[in-house]
Design a binder for this molecule. Structure first.
Ligand SMILES: NC(=O)c1ccc[n+]([C@@H]2O[C@H](COP(=O)([O-])OP(=O)(O)OC[C@H]3O[C@@H](n4cnc5c(N)ncnc54)[C@H](OP(=O)(O)O)[C@@H]3O)[C@@H](O)[C@H]2O)c1
Length: 303
């Protein structure tokens, strides 16, 4: 059987690079193509030397990538809300993300691609707007309404976001700065493993076309993060022990899109089932396994 051509949008990003690595690890089953705006960047060169066929294309201009989709068995689509977000333009950024992804879906349909895997998130409307989730949910809705042969891959919180968490020292402990109460659940996963779910979908289109899939590794609480870091490092970590009211008071003081995202976590809106997700990807790491296997996070937290 000849290799199945898979085209990856955002191949130099967290998600796309993981998808490329997972597909390449399958040997001759897939031939892997990746779209980037800049094939000369260091990240692009790294992907090319790993075996990705680079295509120069821009999600803002379907004509640049249209022909690259011809003959593809599968396409992985992921657009980046944050590339459009300037801190106060959530709706505009969400519209831009939705437009980019929808155009990529339409181009895949025109090219008669057999299987689209779309990196999505759910909407909590009408309860709570969350523009970068709502944009993805609208693209999913478009695909479902138009019978696009697709797998909707619902992601969750990237453990690697914690690489941005500040710390301080107090009473011999390392205090993690995070604005949510200790018992808030962060449904999360190691984004470097997302390719394992995407590969599972592309390996078995008969099972996965028309289905939802969830990428989940752990439902870790804020207190649980400190506990795991303490266990793995052998050094005491603690949280700032925020109350719900303290978080709510940050509404107009921190980045609003991020606040809305945390507010959804505070209200337990995101539901993920790591055990179900592990039936698809048995290697899916919980937070502890992620910390144990990721030098960057240990370095960030000083051990
Ligand atoms: N952080 C989280 O916890 C979390 C959780 C769930 C979902 N997400 C979602 O993840 C998405 C970001 O994904 P990521 O982390 O993989 O992104 P990333 O690492 O920031 O990479 C962005 C990728 O998008 C490509 N790109 C950006 N603009 C493009 C354009 N106009 N045309 C073509 N390619 C373009 C970039 O490619 P080049 O620069 O090479 O062109 C790059 O490969 C966001 O929409 C976010 O909402 C995040």
């Amino acid at each position: 059987m000849s290799a199945l051509k898979i085209v990856i949008f955002g191949v130099t990003g967290n998600q796309g690079a993981s998808v490329a690595r997972a597909l390449l690890a399958d040997g001759a089953r897939f031939s892997v193509y990746g779209i980037t705006r800049n094939p000369d960047s260091n990240s692009s060169k790294k992907m090319a030397s790993a075996g990705v066929n680079l295509i120069t294309g821009d999600l803002d201009n379907p004509a640049t990538y249209e022909s690259a989709l011809m003959g593809a068995h599968g396409v992985f689509i992921n657009a980046n809300f944050w590339a459009h977000y300037k801190g106060n333009n959530s709706d505009e950024a969400a519209e831009a993300e939705q437009r980019q992804s929808t155009e990529a879906v339409k181009a895949a349909v025109r090219a008669k691609v057999r299987h689209v895997v779309y990196s999505t998130l759910e909407s909590y409307l009408p309860d709570q707007p969350l523009p970068h989730f709502d944009a993805k949910a609208k693209v999913t809705e478009y695909m479902k309404k138009n019978d696009v042969p697709a797998t909707q891959l619902y992601t969750s919180y990237f453990f690697s976001n914690l690489l941005m968490a500040q710390t301080s020292e107090k009473d011999g402990k390392t205090i993690i700065s995070f604005p949510l109460p200790d018992d808030t659940v962060l449904p999360g996963f190691n984004v470097e493993q997302i390719g394992l779910w995407v590969r599972a979908a592309f390996r078995d289109p008969d099972t996965w076309i028309g289905k939802d899939m969830y990428a989940s590794g752990d439902n870790i609480t804020v207190a649980g993060i400190a506990k795991v870091l303490s266990e793995v490092s052998g050094k005491p970590f603690d949280t700032e022990h925020h109350t719900r009211e303290e978080f709510l008071a940050l509404k107009d003081k921190m980045d609003h899109e991020l606040w809305l995202n945390y507010f959804a976590f505070l209200n337990g809106k995101m539901k993920r089932d790591p055990a179900e997700s592990r039936k698809i990807v048995p290697e899916a790491q919980d937070f502890k396994a992620y910390v144990q296997s990721t030098p960057a996070i240990r370095e960030h937290f000083g051990f």
